[in-house]
Write a protein that binds this ligand. Structure first.
Ligand code: F6P
Length: 319
């Protein structure tokens, strides 16, 4: 008898989820499995919003951001009684394997689900925050970084014309990865992230000197998790450096848009490893990607190890 396998997206959506859904359906069918979509994340597991999927459901989505099957941050899934309902719904459809695309919070829920019901699953790190322990890459990060790069390049044009400072606020929750990589790759003058203590006054003399020497504008990248509001930073530039300043909160545009080639390829590989792993009996793993390649780590290790921002990147910013 054929085995049934389901997939769901949980937490903040990322560009790359749709290419992953396409590969999921196609590779499941190729392996003689019956693929199912769980709509609206863990909410759909609880509400039995689970539908059989076929080739026709994944046509025309590889180029689209977001996720065709919806995502959610489920409060109900945090409670044991709802996780029991979710398991019951999977059993009713004889679904024995589950693939979950999500971030840290989603994996914590999955961990509890596993401890209580021993479901066979594989997790695919998917969050633009890139803050999951054990993996250097989470699906969606490259598209988000490219969105940020595109925006900073545009803002730079007007910053130059008007001799202004722009504070560009990036997402990332408590993690400075998006801000830091954007700083390095966009050549901004200042980058502020939660992982590094700072005092704006330390930059006053340097920035004033640069203005005197003809600098026309400053680009500041501020991660959303830092202690100060972007408006306060803009005010500091106006008062202390004497330059007109504006704030741009990039917000959710970082989460959407046409997935980059890297995210389409990573989606393809993550799904392939997920299904291969499940078929080989790796029943409770998260697929992690490092310089050495893909690896299956236990969910226990991933959720119980605090995430640390790459030290090499931190050194670049401090030097
Ligand atoms: O998905 C991650 C993330 O975009 C974080 O960077 C951000 O802090 C949060 O989600 C925003 O959440 P919401 O979409 O619920 O406002």
């Amino acid at each position: 008898m054929k085995q049934n396998i389901a997939i769901l997206c949980s937490g903040g959506d990322v560009s790359g989820m749709n290419p992953a859904l396409k590969r999921f359906v196609e590779y499941s069918l190729q392996n003689n499995l019956v693929p199912y979509f769980v709509n609206e994340g863990y909410e759909g597991l609880i509400d039995n919003n689970i539908k059989k999927a076929d080739y026709c459901h994944v046509a025309n989505i590889i180029n689209r951001g977001g996720t065709k099957i919806g995502s959610a941050r489920s409060k109900r899934f945090m409670h044991k009684e709802y996780r029991a309902i979710a398991k019951h719904n999977l059993d009713k459809l004889h679904i024995t394997m589950l693939v979950v695309m999500g971030g840290d919070g989603s994996f914590k829920g999955l961990h509890k689900f596993y401890q209580e019901h021993k479901i066979r699953f594989c997790g695919i790190p998917s969050t633009i925050d890139n803050d999951i322990s054990g993996t250097e890459y989470c699906l969606g990060v490259d598209t988000a970084l490219n969105m940020i790069k595109f925006t900073i390049d545009s803002i730079r044009d007007t910053a130059y014309s008007f001799k202004r400072t722009f504070i560009i606020e990036t997402m990332g929750n408590k993690c400075g990865y998006l801000a830091l990589v954007s700083h390095i790759t966009s050549g901004s003058e200042l980058c502020l992230i939660p992982e590094i203590e700072y005092n704006l006054n330390d930059y006053e003399q340097k920035f004033r000197h640069e203005i005197q020497n003809g600098r026309r504008y400053f680009i500041v990248i501020a991660a959303e998790g830092i202690k100060q509001d972007s408006a306060e930073i803009a005010q500091w530039f106006e008062e202390k450096i004497g330059i007109e300043s504006r704030v741009n909160v990039l917000g959710h545009l970082q989460r959407g848009g046409n997935p980059t080639v890297k995210d389409r390829l990573m989606a393809y590989k993550f799904i392939t490893y997920a299904i291969d792993g499940l078929l080989q009996g790796k029943d409770e793993s998260i697929i992690c990607y490092t310089e050495e390649g893909f690896d299956y780590k236990t969910i226990d290790t991933v959720v119980n190890t605090p995430y640390q921002l790459d030290n090499e990147l931190i050194k670049f910013i401090s030097s």
